[in-house]
Design a protein around this ligand. Structure first.
Ligand SMILES: NC(=O)c1ccc[n+]([C@@H]2O[C@H](COP(=O)([O-])OP(=O)(O)OC[C@H]3O[C@@H](n4cnc5c(N)ncnc54)[C@H](OP(=O)(O)O)[C@@H]3O)[C@@H](O)[C@H]2O)c1
Length: 206
């Protein structure tokens, strides 16, 4: 299986690319700053909105680990529209490294994470809109993989995690968190297991 990683120079993209390579997948990094990549990585240089159908033709799965700068969050909507045009009727699979900001806080499903953490409300609402848009996709498989509330860079690999859909998950310590490394493991497991097709999935430490 050949897998493309957009944003492979970012915190999530880097660990996902490494995890894929370690597990024997053929990979293609699709990045705008290839000078940040290791020497042995196959890549093409593209702004995410300049990616073409031809770029994606050799791939079975496309992962977007794109992250927007503050003030550029609206790009998430443009990006979903762009993927919908590129992937329609290809039967390829798109996996988006998304936001956990619009998950429900608990199983009562009355309040969302952004109702509690007001600082993230504006950007999480845009991510929520992009997810709503993604749900209207046709002709390809998609998965929106939402991190928990705390997405921890430089955290350790435990190999242990739990998954759910649109309600934030909490560890036995009561924390909604996961390391980028465990998130990458869960994402590559999902590529293999195909459990959350055309769905949101969230993942957190146990
Ligand atoms: N708890 C949560 O819900 C939570 C917490 C953190 C992050 N996230 C989400 O996780 C995702 C990944 O986050 P991250 O921490 O890995 O972000 P990051 O480290 O900032 O990486 C962002 C990546 O996007 C790339 N990028 C930005 N603009 C681009 C463009 N126009 N064209 C192509 N590539 C572009 C960057 O490339 P350059 O290297 O060229 O800049 C970089 O590779 C984001 O969507 C973020 O919202 C969620």
């Amino acid at each position: 299986m050949r897998i493309g990683v957009i944003g492979a120079t970012g915190k999530a993209g880097q660990v996902i690319l490494t995890e894929l390579k370690e597990r024997g997948f053929e990979t293609l990094a699709i990045v705008r700053s290839p000078e940040k990549l290791a020497n042995d990585v196959s890549f093409i240089q593209r702004d995410i909105l300049a990616i073409t159908k031809e770029d994606l033709a050799p791939l079975d799965v496309v992962i977007s680990a794109f992250g927007a700068k503050l003030g550029e969050q609206a790009k998430h909507l443009q990006i979903v529209r762009h993927f919908q045009a590129l992937l329609k009727d290809t039967n390829k699979r798109l996996i988006i490294v998304g936001s956990g900001g619009f998950l429900y806080l608990d199983n009562q499903r009355e309040k969302k994470v952004y109702d509690k953490i007001r600082l993230v409300k504006k950007r999480s609402k845009i991510s929520e809109q992009s997810y709503d848009l993604l749900k209207s996709s046709q002709g390809f498989e998609w998965t929106y993989m939402a991190p928990p509330i705390h997405f921890v860079p430089n955290g350790s690999r435990t190999g242990s995690y739990q998954t759910g859909t649109n309600v934030a998950l909490y560890s036995q310590k009561g924390k909604s968190e996961i390391s980028y490394q465990d998130y990458a493991t869960a994402l590559v497991d999902e590529i293999e297991n195909r459990k959350y097709l055309n769905s949101i999935v969230t993942v957190s430490a146990r």
